[in-house]
Design a binder for this molecule. Structure first.
Ligand code: HEM
Length: 143
């Protein structure tokens, strides 16, 4: 990611990174098959779990992963650290039976959340696209 792209991704992520519960709820609402993979939430009504502590915990773990990777991005010196984190993410999710297609669904839901909640434009879309292409190229190797 170029330094410019990384700066764009960072500034838009800063606008939503504390909306952890809202982000995970949007993903589950758009793709119930993703919710179904979470043992604690499978088969439950989204409205009934959304305000629980367990939901907040999971949402924070997932959203914090992005925060961490984004904070490391745009700097060549951090490339191998980012690679290791994302690669482990793929391996860990493979072990849970998550498919590449479901990672694709997650991406679609995340981008549509961003589009609706941050200042959006062609340059923002392009920067996120590049960031997610890079991330997914590594994560999907294991899936
Ligand atoms: C757990 C991130 C996509 C299902 C986690 C954790 C993180 C995370 C950080 C907690 C650490 C761990 O236990 O490994 C992400 C990111 C994703 C993503 C960044 C996309 C880029 C998905 C998708 C699914 C999924 C698409 C399901 C279809 C799960 C499950 C857990 C988990 C079932 C374990 C929850 C538990 O402990 O009960 N994810 N995830 N994730 N993720 Fe993901």
């Amino acid at each position: 990611l170029s330094a410019d792209e990384a700066a764009i991704v960072k500034s838009s992520w800063d606008q939503v990174k504390h909306n952890e519960v809202d982000i995970l709820a949007a993903v589950f609402a758009a793709y119930p098959d993703i919710q179904a993979k979470f043992p604690q939430f499978a088969g439950k009504d989204l409205a009934s779990i959304k305000d629980t502590a367990a939901f907040a915990t999971h949402a924070t773990r997932i959203v914090s992963f992005f925060t961490e990777v984004i904070s490391l991005s745009g700097n060549q010196a951090n490339l191998s650290a980012v690679y290791a984190l994302v690669s482990k993410l793929g391996v860990d999710h493979k072990a849970r039976g998550i498919s590449a297609a479901q990672f694709g669904e997650f991406r679609t839901a995340l981008v549509s959340y961003l589009q609706a909640h941050v200042s959006w434009g062609d340059n923002v879309a392009a920067a996120w696209n590049h960031a997610l292409d890079n991330t997914y190229a590594v994560a999907l190797k294991s899936l």
